[in-house]
Design a protein around this ligand. Sequence first.
Ligand code: CMC
Length: 383
Amino acid sequence: MLEEVQKGLEGVLVAESGLSSIDGDAGRLVYRGYDIETLAREASYEEVLYLLWHDELPTATDLEAFSDRIAEERELDVDVLETVRRLANADEEPMAALRTAVSALSASEPEAEADPEDLEATLRKGRRITAKIPTILAAFERYRLNEAPIEPHPDLDLAANFLYMLTGEEPDEVAAETMDQALILHADHGLNASTFTAMVIASTMADVYSSVTGGIGALSGPLHGGANQDVMEMLIEVDESDRDPLDWVKNATDEGRRIPGFGHRVYDVKDPRAKILQARCKELSEASGDAKWYDYTTTIEQYLSEDQGLVEKGIAPNVDFYSGTVYYQLGIPVDMYTPIFAMSRVGGWVGHALEYQADNRLIRPRARYVGPDEAEWVPLEER
Ligand code: CMC
């Protein structure tokens, strides 16, 4: 047995996986061998889900059938909708509401009784969860605004339908494409904290609802998925400070603030997803004629990377650095950014749960005990 503790499991190999691979030195990410740039440009989110869950790209017929099934499974059971309404009325945080609602979904799962070893049933359950998450989030947002939820639009793909259910208006092509691309970029990323959480749960042969619920909890933290919201809140803070962004970031680093959206356990260079989202952010800024947010981010990035020398230290922008400004320009409320990350990453959680359960071994590491060797028991009344 290893004697050394690998804090944060850094560099520890715990499984083999064919889903995604990250080259942190070259800044390369692939899903099943396909470069993220190619997938972002050529594929749809549904196509990527199929790839992650079925090991290969779908044919046109497979994709149509798969997308249709997802579209058919979007509606929520009335009890789940009521749970979402109550959570919105109670001012619950969106990630916490999503966690609760996904957990509640299992009560209306038609294959609840399926054998945990029936991985085809697990895949179908995962597909139902994936189909319903956008409906949960959009309904939550509508209830918060005291508006009625909008029924899913059967003819729109998952990304466009999400934007439609948020606003009641069909998104234009740029918005729909941007959302779809953002979902592709976030769908899988090796054994990140939330995927590992989902996998640990799957390794007990618990059902996929538990894996996804656990994944949402792990993703919500500021060191993981919560960073995209933090980045946007930081940019709003810069804006409201009325200071020059360069001054602001100099001051923030002097105060020792850790800038969200920078740094990554695996990448030593700029995250390839950040490059794609940066280009999207630029395009959206040019189209709207307002480059303020793009300018803030690039100023902060340049100062941290070059003047503060973070590039040499291997601390570069990660996916969260540019996703916030992209969502902001699509008019999405800031506290919905991490839930959108979950709406996409569910693809990876389900994929890894399926992959791990196909050759399962309970995940059960050890801790080096550093407590006292022998302690003398003192009765309660004598303490
Ligand atoms: N700004 C300034 N310095 C940083 C930053 C940052 N954002 N991130 C890491 N560092 C420094 C840190 O101070 C430390 O320096 P030193 O060795 O001199 O003490 C060194 O880099 C290593 O940091 P660490 O926290 O030990 O590294 P880690 O691998 O445990 O942390 C991280 C990775 C993502 C938690 C961290 O970079 C961070 O907190 N970033 C900000 C939050 C963030 O953007 N999270 C999203 C991650 S990517 C999306 C996702 O997968 O969810």
